[in-house]
Design a protein around this ligand. Sequence first.
Ligand code: ATP
Ligand code: MG
Length: 223
Amino acid sequence: MSEEIHIEGRDLHRSFQIGKKVIEVLRGVDLRVRRGERLFLCGASGAGKTSLLYTLAGLERPNRGEVLVGGRSLYDQPAHDQARLRNRMMGYVFQSYFLLPELTALENVMLPAMIGGNRSAERARTLLERVGLEARSHHLPAELSGGEQQRVAIARALINDPEIVFADEPTGNLDSRTGEAVMGALLEMVTEQKRTLVVVTHDLHLAESGDRKLILADGRLVK
Ligand SMILES: Nc1ncnc2c1ncn2[C@@H]1O[C@H](COP(=O)(O)OP(=O)(O)OP(=O)(O)O)[C@@H](O)[C@H]1O
Ligand SMILES: [Mg+2]
């Protein structure tokens, strides 16, 4: 792991207004992730883990504070540059997969590459193989189990060889054995390429498999 700070969150605040009530989810989060680091974020349901991940990942602008990626402010860039950065440099595994139902597993994995102008299926096939799904390439998401869909989502997150992978409960819907296998595959691929990984999980045991674990509680990070 290098000493270079890859992602930095400064004084991040995020709140939601529902009717007259304001819920403060992030209340001044400060965070530095080193290049190549595998960081796990834990916390109770509703603690704000997904909100924090989305904020760091360029998907949700904070109400206050800033996010720097490679020393550059993320949300200060024009929308087009932010979109390009997300497509080229970041990979996402969402809590509820977000696979496109009309595309096969292989096509879902290829999609972020196609957005970037690359139509080759070769890397997508290799990634599906790595997550043990080569025999399911031509299946639609509805024909796959939850764990299989989660593995397709992981392959898709890695297709553009992103510098940073953000994963939200990538094993949340799996039994513990499958969960460990899926996390193992993700960690292996990220570590091999020395990529930065930020994983949200409520599983404290699983969270031990990275370099560092932080817990989100009362809108702030604690060790
Ligand atoms: N778009 C939104 N509008 C209103 N409230 C929201 C919105 N998104 C999140 N919240 C609220 O913010 C809080 C934190 O939500 P978040 O999804 O970040 O939690 P989480 O830690 O990821 O929970 P879980 O472990 O259940 O996924 C919750 O109370 C949630 O209801
Ligand atoms: Mg969540």
